[in-house]
Write a protein that binds this ligand. Structure first.
Ligand code: DER
Length: 235
C-alpha cells in the first residue's frame, strides 16, 4: 500500500464518525483532503444531509466549496461537533505536531472549538516524542522583526540543539505567508524538549509569536493506517 492509500484508508474510517446535521471542522493537508472528498461524496449520494463545514484554510475552503459542502465559520458556529484533520507527528500520549502545511493557526482555532477531534495519519507519523521526527515544529509569528523572534525561539530551546529557520517558498528567498498574512518559523530539535506544557507556555510568552504547532491534549481519537491494518486510539 502506498502512503497515500494509507492516508485515504484512515480518512475514510474517520468519516464514519460523521452524522447528518453535524457542524464539521474540515482539516488541511493531503490526508484531510481525502476526508473532505469522502464527505462531499456522501453528501452527493444523499447518505449525509444538513452538514455545515468549517474549513481550516483557504485551500480547504476551496476544495469543500467545489464539492458543494455548505460552509460557515466559527463566528456563526462557535461549537463544532467533530473535526477531522491530519498531523505531522503523533506521540504516545496523542500529542501532535501540526502545521507543516502552514495552516496551524486556523486549525488550532477550529479544533480547539470542537467536541471531538479525530486525527488521521499513516503510520509514518508516529514518534517517540514530539520533535522526534527531526522535521519542523512550526511557529506562526508576525512579520515585524521576524529575525528577532526567530532568534529568541532558537535560544529558548538551545539545550535541545534547536535551529530556527524562517519558512520560505520552495526554491526562493521569499518568506512563506500564511492565510492570516503572518510568517512561519520552523524549529528543528536534536533532542526532546522535555515538558511540552512548559515549552508551549514559553513559546507563547514571546510577544511576536501568534501560535505554535504543538497540539497538546487536543486529539480525542487518532486513527492510524499501517501496512498491517488500521489502529484506533482514544484519549
Ligand atoms: O499542516 C498541517 O497541519 C497538516 O494537517 C499536517 O499536519 C498533515 O498534513 P499531511 O496530511 O499532508 O501529512
Amino acid at each position: 500500500l502506498t502512503q497515500d492509500e494509507l492516508k485515504k484508508i484512515a480518512a475514510y474510517k474517520a468519516v464514519e464518525y460523521v452524522e447528518s446535521g453535524m457542524v464539521l471542522g474540515l482539516g488541511t493537508g493531503s490526508t484531510a483532503k481525502h476526508a473532505v472528498d469522502r464527505i462531499g461524496e456522501l453528501l452527493r449520494q444523499g447518505k449525509l444531509r444538513d452538514i455545515v463545514g468549517i474549513p481550516t484554510s483557504k485551500m480547504t475552503h476551496e476544495q469543500a466549496a467545489s464539492l458543494g459542502i455548505p460552509l460557515s465559520d466559527l463566528d456563526s458556529h462557535p461549537v463544532v461537533d467533530l473535526a477531522i484533520d491530519g498531523a505531522d507527528e503523533v506521540d504516545p500520549e496523542l500529542n501532535l505536531v501540526k502545521g507543516r502545511g502552514g495552516s496551524l493557526l486556523r486549525e488550532k482555532m477550529v479544533e480547539g472549538a470542537c467536541k471531538k477531534f479525530v486525527v488521521i495519519v499513516d503510520e509514518s507519523k508516529l514518534v517517540k516524542y514530539i520533535g522526534g521526527s527531526g522535521l519542523a515544529m512550526p511557529v506562526e509569528i508576525i512579520p515585524f522583526c521576524w529575525k528577532f523572534t526567530a532568534d529568541r525561539l532558537q535560544k529558548l530551546f538551545e539545550e535541545a540543539g534547536c535551529v530556527a529557520k524562517l519558512r520560505t517558498f520552495p526554491g526562493k528567498d521569499e518568506p512563506f505567508v500564511t492565510d492570516n498574512r503572518n510568517y512561519i518559523v520552523d524549529l528543528y530539535f536534536k533532542k526532546s524538549i522535555g515538558d511540552l506544557k512548559v515549552a508551549s507556555d514559553a513559546i507563547l510568552q514571546l510577544a511576536g509569536v501568534v501560535e505554535h504547532g504543538m497540539f497538546l491534549d487536543m486529539a480525542t481519537t487518532v486513527i492510524i493506517a499501517g501496512e498491517l491494518g488500521v489502529t484506533v486510539k482514544h484519549k
